[in-house]
Design a protein around this ligand. Structure first.
Ligand SMILES: [Zn+2]
Length: 345
């Protein structure tokens, strides 16, 4: 499998509300699939591949967690507001890109150990809150003032890399969903439905783009493609009643989360497809996390939804990690879904 499109997707910045560069890239991909394209008022890209059968949506979000410039100090240090869930413990000392009048690489300031206060040691153990942190562009204050303004987006500056088994990068959530969408449509032998592709906006800011895009397309069935938390690393303790989503076991077919109860016949249909085609998969019940499926399910007259996710370690951090075999299995399952979806009762 050629992962160069995923590489391109993760290397393109797109903080919630500022997805335009990712949208441009996705518009080229949709055009390559001969989809008719439109952009809605929320900025979501909607592609239509007309066909016979049920109205079906595949949806993945374009935005990534990041920051907005909220204040520029007189000395040129930049303060930010987080957009989406970011742990302050993974913010300090990171390389970031401030998307001002041009892309400006910089870093998040940190306190050297030499200057940490002794005392009870509390100060040296706690991460600096993001509100108190700052970005240093290493430029004179006047130049910063000329190039950066309040509201400019900021992303982690971690270009993706890969080895034979794994793919590493920022923004795998949810560029991997967009990648799966494109590859599955390419791979499906015949598409058995009237298909809409939605590259949604503002998911990380509260699932905001999905509802309007669903309302515009009025599908009977929507399958949301995501990168979800892989909880298979040392030191993580889940409640005793929860099975951890692990890498190497194929896509997660989610029955519930914090905001959704999947349409059970659709989830069962996906499990059946996976079993028939011998595609590894894991069925998960949990009450944490939420995806566009939660917002899409109750938009308009309501939709039969499912959520299919590639397990990703270190989600929302400056670098996350996905297993290539899981990505390939997810693509295979979505392709099988497109070929057979008209059989879903
Ligand atoms: Zn996501």
């Amino acid at each position: 499998m050629d992962f160069s499109l995923l590489q391109q997707l993760v290397d393109t910045p797109g903080v919630s509300g500022r997805e335009e560069r990712v949208r441009e890239l996705m518009a080229q991909q949709f055009a390559g699939l001969k989809a008719q394209c439109q952009t809605d008022a929320m900025g979501s890209l909607i592609g239509h591949i007309p066909g016979k059968g049920p109205r079906v949506v595949l949806m993945a979000h374009m935005d990534e967690v990041g920051f907005l410039v909220s204040k520029i100090e007189p000395q040129g240090f930049i303060r930010v507001m987080p957009v989406g869930g970011i742990d302050p413990r993974v913010f300090g000392a990171q390389k970031v890109m401030v998307h001002g009048r041009k892309d400006l690489p910089g870093m998040v300031g940190s306190v050297p150990p030499h200057l940490l206060k002794k005392g009870d040691g509390k100060e040296s153990k706690e991460a600096l809150p993001i509100e108190e942190s700052f970005i240093d562009l290493g430029l004179p204050a006047e130049e910063v003032a000329a190039l950066v303004k309040v509201g400019d987006p900021v992303t982690f500056a971690t270009p993706g890399w890969q080895n034979d088994r794994s793919f590493f990068s920022k923004a795998i959530d949810d560029r991997v969903g967009l990648f799966v969408m494109i590859k599955a449509v390419e791979q499906a032998k015949n598409i058995n439905c009237d298909l809409f592709l939605i590259a949604s906006t503002q998911e990380e800011y509260g699932l905001r783009g999905a509802g309007p895009a669903i309302y515009a397309t009025l599908p009977q069935i929507a399958l949301v493609l995501e990168g979800t938390v892989a909880s298979d690393t040392p030191g993580l303790r889940l409640p005793p009643n929860i099975v951890s989503t692990a890498q190497g076991k194929g896509p997660e077919i989610r029955l519930t989360d914090r905001g959704m109860i999947a349409h059970r016949p659709l989830a069962d249909f996906l499990v059946n497809l996976a079993e028939t085609a011998k595609i590894p998969h894991q069925v998960i019940v949990k009450n944490t996390g939420a995806t566009d499926a939660a917002a899409g399910q109750t938009a308009g007259p309501g939709v039969k939804v499912g959520a299919l996710s590639v397990p990703v370690r270190y989600l929302h951090a400056p670098v996350a990690l996905a297993n290539k075999a899981d990505i390939i299995s997810t693509i295979e399952l979505v392709a099988a879904f497109l070929e057979r979806v008209s059989e879903l009762k």
